[in-house]
Design a protein around this ligand. Structure first.
Ligand SMILES: [Zn+2]
Length: 305
């Protein structure tokens, strides 16, 4: 079960967005009378710094510690999800930087609220190559429920997100280097849809690697692989996975995930999965770039007298 706080945060973000533009006519007071709902503006969100050095050529991993600020996520006596997720995310950042060869950014490094849209938009704007959202699960009355699960965006949610994204971004934006500006809605929708399919395949690949590399290091739920309509995974051009690290409602599991050794295990397994993911990406890119050279070599050898 995905923690209800994701839904709550989504509703809140929608409410903020709606309230900024919302003007409700009041019956009986004439057409001009409106009532404005004053809600605080969304917090200004600067793009997070990128750590790891090595130049812009290195792959960039965006780690997203779930919740933060007034959004505690799941809570049980002694444990707050927002604290647990930040501890895991910081451990993974340090591990990835120590292992080298990657750049890393976090959507938050302290206890602050960041909307779901700001999280995946930050990944897009920084040109992240992967987005990993870290959470902890909860289940009412279930102290025994345990184990991590790995979520990707469900296919239906993914294509609905593609359409919505195409509409919203149609004015001026680009997806995977394809500029949408000036293209018709239909063409934009197709471009976004294509990009999203490739992104989905890569997301599934990362999920597989996390499950494989985590075996023997992390404890997984019997049904570890899942898909759902998760707002934070909706970037159409950044492969994205949400990792439910375990059950915060299970005191032993929560304590382990908060411990130095629990964080180290998480960081080790994730770092391995992420490195393998990029190794495969590099291999496939090399194969793809070698193909035209092979094809032209064959063509030119065939045309020789
Ligand atoms: Zn959560």
């Amino acid at each position: 079960m995905i923690c209800g706080a994701i839904l709550a945060a989504l509703l809140l973000a929608l409410l903020f967005a709606a309230a900024r533009a919302l003007a409700l006519p009041i019956p009986g007071l004439g057409g001009d009378a409106v009532s404005r709902i004053d809600l605080p503006q969304a917090l200004p969100y600067d793009l997070p710094p990128v750590a790891g050095g090595g130049g812009a050529g290195l792959p960039l991993v965006m780690i997203d510690p779930g919740h933060g600020g007034f959004d505690y996520g799941a809570r049980t006596p002694g444990f707050d999800e927002k604290v647990l997720t930040l501890g895991l995310a910081l451990a993974l950042r340090d591990r990835l930087i120590a292992d080298g060869g990657l750049r890393v950014a976090l959507t938050r490094t302290d206890d602050r609220f960041v909307s779901l849209e700001e999280r995946y938009e930050a990944a897009r704007r920084l040109g992240a190559d992967l987005f990993l959202s870290v959470h902890a699960d909860s289940v009412a009355g279930g102290e025994e429920a345990a184990g991590a699960s790995i979520y990707t965006l469900s296919a239906r949610a993914s294509s609905a997100a593609a359409l919505r994204f195409a509409r919203r971004e149609n004015a001026s934006d680009s997806v995977n280097g394809q500029t949408l500006s000036g293209k018709s809605d239909a063409v934009s929708a197709i471009l976004v849809d294509l990009s999203q399919r490739r992104t989905q395949e890569r997301s599934e690949r990362l999920a597989e690697l996390i499950e494989r590399e985590g075996a023997g290091i992390l404890r997984f739920h019997p049904q570890a692989r899942r898909s759902a309509a998760l707002e934070v995974l909706r970037a159409p051009d950044v492969p994205s996975v949400l990792f439910e690290s375990g059950y915060i409602t299970n005191p032993r599991e929560a304590a382990r995930l908060m411990s130095a050794s629990g964080r180290a295990d998480f960081a080790r397994a994730m770092s391995r999965a992420i490195r393998l993911y990029f190794a495969r990406e590099r291999y496939e890119a090399e194969q793809a770039s070698a193909r035209p050279a092979v094809a032209s070599a064959i063509a030119s050898s065939g045309s020789e007298p």
